[in-house]
Design a protein around this ligand. Structure first.
Ligand code: XMP
Length: 333
């Protein structure tokens, strides 16, 4: 609509004014609608002085990195670097069980890598027409992320540290390092989608369920290991493919397969096996602040459970999470 068209023009003007003629901007992209729309706005505003970075943290879904790369760089023409850091993240997460600790590690590792990338970009731009300091850090933060982080952050407790809001190191928040640029911070998801449409971003990307920055890391209860990430990835791929095939992807707001802390016994043929427990989650929500479990067609859910146990080695059980938010949350951690 014209209201969103206005937003795009005003935001592009605001970004140009803030950033000026020389400074460069670095931004995290994940392949989700928020970071893609934010990146596209930056590209429109300042062209190649915007540098998108996709960090492969080893916690993304099956084939996701390659797909994101194709969409952003080939289809949308955004200046993109992929940083392969799977080993670094998994190394730092080894032996860590506590959810908040996991989030903090993932968040601070992201920031470390971005600061390094910012230095590399500055060096590379020296003596080119684009020469200029990297002064800004783009984030696709939405309004609900902002209020959820602020309202829960009393002096005593933080319910969850959204790594793209509350989990940033002090040096980034107090104006000493990179400054935060958040063009979407006053918008809700449906508004971002509308803007995405007006920017000609592909429908599949616009309708994609949200995927959290810490990725599969907060969908695996307990320790994040390469083996458990692999199990979660395979199960999630089966689950989401079945949902798409059934034509019900757009009826739910978010869906994923997670992995439980412990193992459970099952029988395969004549033998007892001790295997992982998959937790399937699917919710409907209008604002992600509260949510209901999606009412699955029973036969489909059973078929998905069977397929996962039969085709993902090391899995003995599949469960479906019925919890609303509140008291549950959408992610497992
Ligand atoms: P919860 O689990 O808090 O999730 O009910 C609400 C929405 O926020 C997403 N989420 C995150 N997104 N970094 C993100 O970028 C995070 O740390 C994070 N934690 C939760 C979640 O996927 C859901 O859409």
């Amino acid at each position: 609509s014209w209201v969103m068209g206005d937003f795009v023009q005003q935001e592009i003007a605001r970004i140009r004014h803030l950033v000026g003629d020389r400074a460069q901007v670095i931004g995290a992209v994940s392949g989700g609608v928020d970071s893609t729309v934010a990146a596209k706005l930056m590209k429109e505003a300042i062209g190649d002085r915007f540098h998108a970075v996709l960090v492969d943290n080893g916690l993304m879904r099956l084939n996701e990195c390659a797909q994101v790369k194709a969409t952003l760089s080939e289809h949308l023409g955004i200046n993109l670097t992929v940083v392969d850091a799977a080993d670094l993240f998994l190394g730092r997460l080894a032996g860590v069980l506590e959810p908040e600790k996991k989030r903090k590690i993932i968040g601070s590792t992201f920031i470390d890598l971005f600061e390094k990338e910012a230095e590399r970009i500055e060096k590379e731009a020296e003596n080119t027409p684009n020469a200029g300091k990297v002064e800004w850090f783009l984030q696709g933060t939405l309004y609900p992320d902002v209020i959820e982080s602020l309202s829960f952050k009393g002096p005593s407790a933080t319910i969850k540290t959204h790594h793209n809001v509350g989990g940033l190191p002090e040096r980034m928040m107090n104006g000493q390092g990179l400054r935060l640029l958040e063009p979407l911070r006053l918008l809700f998801k449906d508004e971002v989608r509308e803007i995405g449409r007006s920017l000609n971003i592909h429908r599949d990307l616009i309708m994609r369920h949200p995927f959290p920055g810490p990725g599969i890391g907060i969908r695996i209860l307990g320790e994040v290991t390469a083996e458990r990430v692999e199990i979660a990835r395979k199960a999630d791929h089966i689950y989401i493919s079945a949902i798409r095939e059934a034509g019900i992807y757009d009826q739910m707001s978010q869906a994923y397969a997670g992995v439980d802390t412990n193992k459970a016994v099952g029988v395969m043929g004549d033998t007892r096996v001790y295997g992982y427990i998959i937790i399937l989650r699917a919710v409907t929500t209008s604002d992600f602040m509260s949510a209901e479990a999606f009412e699955f067609p029973w036969a489909l859910l059973q078929k998905i459970a069977r397929t996962i146990v039969n085709s993902v080695d090391g899995v003995s059980r599949v469960t479906y999470d019925l919890t609303s938010k509140p008291p549950g949350t959408i992610e497992l951690e």
